[in-house]
Design a binder for this molecule. Structure first.
Ligand code: BTN
Length: 242
């Protein structure tokens, strides 16, 4: 993607819904969403004008479904690498990680969530990134964090968006040209779950949760848990491994 076309609204229902009318290269941004959506039918709530909520339309024409299923991890990688490249990301700030299948964490707390949805020959990559929020609802406070909380100062949202889009364009181009396997080593370096005892709720089936030592993200985008490769689910850390 040489250049993104960015459409910024004050209010919308969901930027992922806006993006359904978009073309590859379009990015729909909103200061506020009245019906923001998260994965697994969760809601995505954020106060107006403080965070980034946007959806980028990515071309996946001609790719096999199994390869398309790896795109959320690639998007997570792009977000994490963009944030790590921000000038403000000093050594004193906590390590960023990617939690399979597609959360970006700092210090174990969620900095960004990603909702990828197939739309014909494209994938809508919806990204909610906590930028300048300084307070979270009581039930989220221990699990969510923003850039501003980490750095102790506000960030320019436009500059953060530009960094993420630059990184997303580069990662998407590599994903298209070389496949997910070419990105695998970079994800391994950021893998939040590898080496931890985890429980994975299998959200695509009624099967029981899979619990065990996590062997990490594999080169096909699956997560290895106790010898089983999982391709979808919701991950919970039980304890940190040795
Ligand atoms: C998750 O962690 O469950 C995914 C959250 C994705 C939220 C973003 S905000 C921009 C885009 N529009 C939406 O309605 N959802 C995504």
């Amino acid at each position: 993607m040489d250049e993104w076309r960015t459409y910024w609204k004050a209010t919308t229902d969901s930027t992922n819904a806006d993006a359904r009318d978009g073309r590859p290269g379009d990015v729909f941004v909103a200061d506020f969403q009245t019906a923001g959506r998260g994965r697994l039918d969760h809601r995505w709530l954020a106060p107006p004008g403080v965070n980034l909520m946007f959806s980028a339309v990515l071309d996946v024409a001609g790719r096999e479904p199994a390869e398309v299923a790896t795109l959320p991890l690639a998007v997570g990688l792009a977000v994490a690498q963009a944030l790590a490249s921000l000038p403000a990301w000093q050594a004193s700030l906590p390590r960023l990680s990617v939690k399979w299948p597609n959360d970006v964490l700092a210090d174990g707390r969620k900095l960004a969530g990603i909702l990828c949805e197939r739309n014909g020959d494209a994938v809508i990559a919806g990204i909610g990134l906590n930028v300048n929020q300084t307070e979270f609802a009581h039930e989220l406070a221990a699990r969510a964090v923003s850039l501003a909380q980490l750095a102790g100062r506000p960030f320019d949202r436009t500059a953060v968006l530009a960094a993420v889009l630059k990184s997303l364009a580069a990662v998407h181009a590599r994903w298209r040209a070389e496949g997910f396997a070419a990105l695998h080593a970079e994800l391994v370096a950021l893998d939040h779950l590898a080496g931890r005892e985890v429980s994975i709720l299998q959200t695509d089936t009624d099967a029981a949760p899979v619990t065990g030592l996590c062997g990490g993200i594999q080169s096909d985008g699956s997560l290895l848990v106790g010898g089983t490769r999982l391709y979808a689910g919701e991950a919970h850390v039980i304890s940190v491994g040795a």
